[in-house]
Design a protein around this ligand. Structure first.
Ligand SMILES: Cc1cc2nc3c(=O)[nH]c(=O)nc-3n(C[C@H](O)[C@H](O)[C@H](O)COP(=O)(O)OP(=O)(O)OC[C@H]3O[C@@H](n4cnc5c(N)ncnc54)[C@H](O)[C@@H]3O)c2cc1C
Length: 388
């Protein structure tokens, strides 16, 4: 019997396994895929995520640093550059494989290509069932991401409106390059600032993130509506004179801040499975790493005290400040839903507000402080109708 069995070896599961194995627990980490594997993602690893990692990223993974970017709405384009780094761009294929490797090196037993088909509970532990074997452990950690059914061991299915949806593609720069002769610098060049465009339709954002050899283009929207996200992405890219890639991959992302149970009877949910992603921008890697580590810490403390049942409540206590922060972010999303153009425009024309927003990514600003700042700054009439 292992101390912990982890289902899913994305950033949450691999970070949990590494932390738990590093603390001396016996850990088995299972993933249905074999690493390295493709993962649809913008690959923006915020400074918060880098700080949570606890080790420096090798240069071949951190493809470029960003200190801000060009933030756009309609015809307004504002370049925000902060004196400090806001994050780095990575390719998830390489980044996730590195995290799995780190977990293995810390002592976790890693089983790739083994899908967890089900989970059952016994009086003294939990079993994860795959086609090949059954893995028994005192505690189970479900890190299957936003999709999947294992999380139902803890809570009923979520509502579609509690998710964002993103479509994206990693394309070689030349394949995306300009189709029109517009008088704009080529946004696919590796030295071009990151582009983030808001308000393509309602609450949505498009991105162009040029890396060393390719460019990530994508679109995130509230609610799960693939067709609309694809149409908006095409429109957004055309505005920048770019071709839409033929093969787009999409995925849902949970909206953090929505109340969701994250543990029940020796089973804990971390990362996207637990609903820990920024509801405004869909940033989830930092929160996946941190909640994975907190789940490992909770498991360690509970097992040390000889009371595995305590792991859930300890985990919940550790995640509470992040949950509170996500609730502030969610209130901002709700205000945006009510009047997207008005509120985005108000922020877009306020350089201080934009700079503070970028600082959320670097961990120098919180949504709590940012929204309090907005409330002081924006006209009271606007806010009274939007903020509830
Ligand atoms: C298009 C898109 C762009 C994004 N861009 C960014 C970005 O730029 N920056 C950012 O911070 N966040 C971004 N995100 C969010 C980010 O990808 C997620 O928040 C993050 O990957 C969550 O990590 P996780 O470990 O919880 O889940 P995942 O990364 O989804 O990992 C889950 C793992 O579980 C495995 N798995 C699933 N089911 C099973 C099973 N039954 N048995 C075994 N294994 C299983 C999967 O194979 C996978 O490896 C983006 C998301 C999308 C969809």
């Amino acid at each position: 019997m292992h101390d912990i069995a982890v289902a899913g070896a994305g950033p949450a599961g691999a970070s949990a396994a590494r932390a738990a194995a590093g603390a001396g627990l016996s850990v088995v980490l299972l993933d249905k895929d074999v690493f390295p594997r493709h993962k649809p993602c913008g690959g923006a690893l915020s400074e918060q995520a880098l700080a949570a990692l606890g080790f420096p990223l090798p240069a071949y993974i951190a493809e470029r640093e960003y200190h801000g970017g060009i933030l756009c709405m309609e015809s307004s384009r504002l370049q925000v550059q902060r004196p400090w780094r806001a994050g780095v761009l990575v390719t998830r294929r390489d980044f996730d494989a590195l995290l799995v490797d780190m977990a293995r090196r810390a002592g976790a037993v890693v089983r790739e290509g083994e899908e967890v088909l089900g989970l059952s509970r016994q009086a003294d532990g939990v079993s994860l069932h795959t086609r090949r074997a059954t893995y028994r452990a005192r505690l189970a950690l479900v890190c299957e991401g936003a999709s999947g059914r294992l999380k139902r061991a803890v809570r009923p299915p979520d509502r579609p409106e509690d998710y964002n949806y993103c479509v994206c593609a990693d394309v070689p720069a030349e394949a995306a390059r300009k189709v029109s002769g517009r008088d704009l610098p080529d946004p696919t060049r590796p030295d071009h600032p990151l582009v983030l465009q808001f308000g393509i339709s309602q609450v949505s954002y498009g991105w162009i993130f040029p890396r060393r050899e390719d460019v990530s283009v994508g679109m995130g929207e509230l609610g799960v509506n693939r067709r609309k996200a694809v149409a908006d992405l095409r429109r957004f890219l055309a505005d920048w004179g770019l071709l839409a890639p033929p093969a787009l991959m999409g995925h849902k992302i949970p909206m953090g801040g929505v109340p969701r149970p994250i543990h029940r009877d020796r089973v804990l949910l971390a990362g996207d499975a637990g609903g820990f992603a920024d509801p405004l921008l869909g940033e989830g890697i930092a929160h996946a790493i941190r909640t994975g580590q907190w789940a490992a810490q909770a498991a360690h403390q509970a097992l040390d005290a000889g009371d595995p049942g305590r792991a859930g409540p300890i985990f919940e206590r550790l995640t509470r400040p992040l949950d509170e922060e996500m609730r502030h972010a969610l209130r901002l999303v709700r205000a945006l839903e009510r009047a997207p153009r008005r509120l985005i425009k108000a922020i877009m024309t306020d350089e201080k507000a934009l700079a503070r927003y970028v600082d959320i990514l670097s961990g120098r600003e919180t949504y709590a402080a940012f929204t309090a700042f907005l409330k002081r700054r924006l006209p009271w009439n606007t806010l009274r109708t939007l903020w509830v």
